[in-house]
Unconditional design. Structure first.
Length: 214
């Protein structure tokens, strides 16, 4: 049977051996090019996984927003975006059209992509095909910054004040004619004569409003 002192000696030796192993491994790791490479690779993977997680969370948030988004009664959702439109009937000037939209907590249509423009054209065509005033001109929210043919178009919720937004794409009918002979074409309509592409006209003519919310 081993004596008490022998057992103590064995334990001490084992502890010492363990410490030595740890020191050796640690020294190898800190000095090893392979080890540093492994650490760098793992850090890169963590960064990559974090980015993937952030992207997945963004997708999730967008999907939740899209799925939980609904339009007010009477409005139609524009596919792929959180935007609702409503085609009103009856002639109004551009200013009066904005007020009619404001009465139903909306503003004249802003178009942010060709896909949106094409969707709206299809809505107008469906209305026209259903016998609702075929060939009507419709107001959208594009108006020149100032009442001058040299002034650019922007999206507006009012003639003065309100919200202004730059055009991020255009769907102009060619040619737009503001200038000699047509000196006051400051507002934009969507007209059947140009397949509902955008045509500048005087803001005082009568068109039907296309309202948008939000
Ligand atoms: Ca014109």
């Amino acid at each position: 049977m081993a004596s008490y002192s022998s057992v103590v000696l064995l334990v001490v030796l084992q502890v010492l051996a363990g410490s030595l192993n740890k020191v050796t491994v640690s020294a190898q790791c800190e000095g090893s090019a392979q080890c540093l490479k492994d650490i760098a690779a793992l850090k890169a993977k963590v960064d990559s996984d974090k980015l993937a997680l952030i992207k997945a969370e963004d997708l999730l948030s967008a999907k939740i927003a899209s799925c939980s988004f609904s339009c007010p009664a009477g409005f139609t959702k524009v596919p792929g975006v959180s935007k609702c439109i409503k085609l009103l009937e009856g002639d109004s000037t551009w200013d009066a059209a904005q007020m009619r939209c404001a009465d139903i907590q909306s503003h004249l249509l802003f178009l942010d992509s060709q896909a949106e423009a094409d969707f709206v054209k299809a809505q107008i065509k469906a209305k026209s095909d259903a016998g609702k005033a075929p060939g009507r001109g419709y107001w959208c929210g594009a108006r020149r910054i100032t009442d001058s043919c040299a002034s650019d178009f922007v999206w507006k919720t009012a003639t003065t004040g309100g919200t202004q937004k730059p055009l991020t794409f255009t769907d102009y009918a060619a040619p737009n004619s503001c200038g000699a002979g047509f000196p006051t074409e400051f507002c934009m309509e969507m007209n059947i004569n140009s397949a509902y592409k955008w045509n500048d006209v005087p803001c005082s003519i009568g068109n039907w409003p296309i309202c948008q919310t939000p």
